[in-house]
Design a protein around this ligand. Structure first.
Ligand code: PMP
Length: 440
């Protein structure tokens, strides 16, 4: 009989990119097990989803209870109880008190689309500004908004019209040397946006600007100080809504409940949430102020499975865990340890020169390596080509699962937010050895 992996290789669509052919069979805490008996430390959290570890006991219990109580309480018929309980738990943790009206969906991309629908309808305007390097999904609407890699949209045109791109304050995208100061990057990026509004999409036609506060698939780059504040100012001056995509950054990933709290002056008009909200159950949503949300006529937002009762119950347990289990405190402690590792490595005489930049917030950690073909990050010594995927493969050989990101040589580390000190130390050893072996 063919192995499960062989069946997968033959019958699972090739359009789904896969890093490995492993068949995952179990997940517990920070580890996953595979069909062929491997136990692997998971520093991906399924792309920032199982942030409280696999099969978190509280989440599992609440979801199991809900499965036997009410699985599908369809939202066009009424409310389901966990949906309302979830809103009650989310209201006190919203980054701004104006965010008081919720619409729940299934996936991040669907929620991003919902935010665009809301922005267009509420403003009566069409155009959307996105940031170069951003990722907002792979559905038909979001393909047009995703600017991290061409693979996500190439060959699928015509995409949604009315999308304009502005550069992110990141040296690669502004074509500036790696040593450029953050102030200069921010000034340049904001200037380019102001030009865009003068030359390509007039404010009177522009509904919204959407941005991730830490660029995720674009390279794990936190917005440098002054950038989001500048966007807020430009949006206010021009009657443009600011949509903050917290799909990957939300729910503790950056050390705050929502990443936008790192920029307290920046109030989102619409916030998009997903991934970590329910620790693995499909759930997403948008939050905005009621006055804006209520501009959409009843019936124009929604879907059969939206605000699924089991997902909402799981999400309630996630919010309880944040309240009761010291998750954010653990993020702070473990974050210091992993950034400590990379700061040591940067100073290391053998591998230090291969690292272009270490960046991130909390446990959203990115390391960009230099590349022999990169004009902006020249190295003194020889740097291996395709360094990020070489390190990724070495880590996997040593039973640590990590992800690369962006079109540059970048690895991202997304450990569970409640990872133990011991597991973090184990991972740090693996990462140090993997990088050293690739460089030697
Ligand atoms: N926005 C951001 C910032 C994301 O990181 C992602 C997923 N990586 C999405 C939107 C799309 O979410 P989903 O894959 O659930 O559609």
């Amino acid at each position: 009989m063919a192995s499960l992996a062989a069946v997968g290789a033959k019958h699972v669509a090739k359009g789904v990119g896969r890093f490995t052919e492993m068949v995952m069979t179990e997940g517990k805490g920070s580890y996953i097990k595979t069909e062929c008996g491997r136990t692997i430390l998971d520093f991906t959290c399924g792309i920032g989803v199982t942030n409280l570890g696999h099969c978190h006991p509280g989440v599992t219990k609440q979801a199991q209870e809900q499965v036997g109580t009410l699985t599908h309480g369809q939202i066009n018929l009424g409310y389901n109880k966990p949906q309302i309980q979830l809103i009650q738990k989310l209201l006190p943790v919203m980054p701004h008190e104006s965010l008081d009206s919720f619409f729940f969906w299934n996936s991040g991309a669907e929620a991003v689309e919902a935010s665009i629908k809301l922005a267009r309808h509420a403003t009566g305007k069409q155009n959307i500004i996105v940031v170069q390097g951003s990722y907002h999904g792979r559905t038909f609407g979001t393909m047009a908004l995703t600017k991290s890699k061409t693979i996500y949209g190439a060959g699928y045109a015509p995409l949604m019209p009315g999308v304009f791109t502005t550069p992110y304050p990141y040296w690669h995208q502004l074509g500036l040397p790696h040593t450029t100061s953050n102030e200069e990057l921010v000034e340049n990026a904001l200037y380019r946006l102001e030009l865009l509004l003068k030359q390509e999409t007039a404010p009177r036609d522009t509904a919204a600007l959407i941005i991730e506060p830490v660029l995720g698939e674009g390279g794990y780059i936190p917005a440098p100080k002054g950038y989001l504040e500048g966007l807020r100012r430009i949006c206010d001056e021009n009657g443009i809504l600011l949509i903050i995509d917290e799909v990957q950054t939300g729910f503790g990933r950056t050390g705050k409940y929502f990443a936008i709290e790192h920029w307290p002056e920046v109030r989102p008009d619409i916030m998009v949430i997903a991934k970590g909200i329910a620790n693995g159950f499909p759930l997403s949503g948008i939050v905005s102020r009621k006055e804006l949300m209520d501009k959409q006529p009843a019936g124009s937002q929604g879907g059969t499975y939206a605000a699924n009762a089991v997902s909402c119950a799981a999400a309630c347990a996630v919010q309880d865990a944040f309240k009761n289990e010291g998750v954010l405190e653990n993020v702070e402690a473990r974050s210091k340890e992993i950034f400590g590792l990379f700061n040591d490595l940067k100073a290391d005489p053998v591998v230090g020169d291969t690292i272009a930049e270490v960046r991130g917030l909390g446990l959203m950690v990115g390391v960009e390596f230099k590349s022999p073909t990169d004009r902006y990050t020249p190295a003194q010594n020889k740097v291996p080509a395709k360094m990020a995927s070489k390190v990724q493969n070495k880590c996997l050989e040593k039973d640590l699962l990590v992800l690369t990101t962006s079109v540059y040589e970048t690895i991202r580390f997304i450990p569970p937010l409640n990872i133990s000190k011991e597991d973090m130390a184990k991972a740090c050893d693996i990462i140090r050895n993997a990088i050293t072996e690739v460089v030697k």
